[in-house]
Structures are given as C-alpha cells and as structure tokens.
Design a binder for this molecule. Structure first.
Ligand code: AMZ
Length: 256
C-alpha cells in the first residue's frame, strides 16, 4: 500500500513530461441564439432557422440537467453583424454551473475581455484572419485554455462574417498557422453539413486531425451515434452537437 502510494507522484510527473493525458471524448451541446431565441440554422443560413427554445436559458438548463459539462454558446446576430444576444448568453453563464465558451462577434480586445469576465473561454473566428495579432495578445494575456479558435470551412476554405464570406485560406493552412502561434484548442466546423443531419464527412476532419496536434473538437452534420464514434476513432477530443441533440437522434448523455 505504502509503496503504491509513493509511486503516484512519479507516475504523474512522468505523464506530464510525456504530455500524456487521458482522452475523454466530450459531447458539447451548443446553444445558438438568434433574435433572442435558441435556434438551429441549416448550413448557417439565417433564413433557415428552427426555433427550439424561445428562452435560451431553458435550452442551456435542459442540457445541464442531462449532465453537460461544457456548453458552446453562439451569438448568431453578432456573428452576422446585425445586433447581439449578449444578455441572453450572459444569463446562461451566470446562472448555470457549467463550463461555458462563447463565440460570435468576439472581434476586439474589449469584447473578449468583457466576455472573459463571465465565461470560461472565448471562441475566435473572423478576427483570426482580420487581426491575427489579437489571437497572440489574448493567448498571452489569458493563456491557451481560455482562447479557442474556430475554423469554419466550406468546401475546404475558411468562411468568416457569419459564414457569408468564403476566404481563399484553406482550413488546414489556418490550422497550421494556429499551431504556430500557440493555439492549443481548435474547433472545426463543416459548414456544408452544419444543421443538416446528413452525417459527418470524414476526409476533411481527418485532414484537420493530421494538421493540428492539440485538442481538436468538430461539428457539422452529426446525425447518429456512429458519427460520434467516427470522430472518436479519428482521434478527436469532442464534438459540438446541435440539431442531433435537439431532435434526439443521438444518445445523450453518451454512455459507453
Ligand atoms: O451559422 C452561422 N452562420 C455562423 C455561426 N454559427 N456564423 C458564425 N457562426 C459561429 C462560428 C463561431 O462559433 O461557428 O460564430 C462564431 C464565430 O464568430 P466570429 O464573429 O468570430 O466570426
């Protein structure tokens, strides 16, 4: 007993030295808010919305009651540059005891600072291409656990400004750049599949996995438990899931 106990610190130190950490695949419910309501869009088109909860806090509470450990919150109006849903999202972060990350319109130091007073992590999209210096600045200020970059891609190319603008930067190129500047968590979204329940397209996810060596979470098209199994087999750390959860087409919580 005593011998086993004394081994523990050595084992822990060994794991830290080797960068080992137990990989637990996490299913992260997303609460996307547009016009004050929790919705899902199809392929990010604001005109193709399904309202799931008129009050976003109710959606968030629902997933927490089922055991969610993290919620992915998105301010769609802010991402689209036509208003914001800050109050509804702040309320979720303040009232519920769950880890929260927020994306959509986090494009300045001031906005990032304000969010990081109430949420655990910010998710940066458009600003990563508009002002890459801000990514480094936030990483330095808050550390890589609180700054997540999202690579949202259509046919392999990064989309910005509410996915209205497709750039000429490839998803893998951006992932490589993010590795180089010290980002340690990336979200990859397949826009063409997002909100469609079509199933996951394996090849682009595998390419992202091969490019980005740190924590990688993906979303877009998840429809069944087999899609989550596929992500896990590809070595992803988690999935951001919307419509499949709201429609009940996957098991949640996901038990082994
Ligand atoms: O559905 C959309 N049209 C959409 C969407 N879900 N547009 C942007 N977003 C999300 C991204 C990310 O979480 O997935 O907004 C965030 C990025 O916003 P920004 O303002 O940093 O580009």
């Amino acid at each position: 007993m005593a011998a086993a106990k004394s081994l523990r610190p050595t084992l822990a130190a060994f794991r830290v030295r080797c960068g080992y950490r137990a990989r637990v695949f996490e299913v992260i419910p997303c609460v996307d808010v547009q016009g004050g309501k929790a919705v899902r869009l199809s392929e990010g088109d604001p005109d193709r919305e399904t309202v799931y909860y008129p009050v976003p806090l109710d959606a968030a509470r629902h997933w927490c009651d089922l055991g969610a450990t993290t919620l992915h919150l998105v301010d769609l109006d802010a991402a689209l540059g036509r208003g914001d849903n800050r109050e509804a999202l702040r309320e979720i972060a303040q009232q519920l005891n769950v880890r929260t990350e927020v994306g959509g319109g986090v494009r300045s130091r001031e906005i990032a600072d304000a969010w990081l007073e109430v949420v655990d992590r910010v998710v940066l999209g458009t600003v990563v291409l508009d002002n890459p210096g801000l990514v480094s600045e936030l990483l330095e200020m808050y550390g890589p656990d609180r700054v997540v970059v999202t690579v949202d891609a259509k046919d392999g190319y990064v989309a910005v400004r509410g996915w209205k603008e497709i750039t000429n930067v490839s998803a893998t190129e951006l992932a490589q750049r993010m590795t180089d500047v010290g980002v340690r968590e990336l979200i990859y979204t397949d826009i063409g599949r997002d909100g469609t329940l079509q199933g996951v397209d394996e090849a682009p996810v595998a390419r992202m996995r091969a490019t980005f060596p740190h924590r990688l979470v993906a979303g877009g098209g998840v429809a069944t438990d087999a899609d989550l199994d596929l992500y896990e087999r590809l070595g992803l750390d988690g999935a951001i899931v919307g419509r499949a959860l709201y429609e009940g087409t996957i098991r949640y919580p996901r038990t082994p």
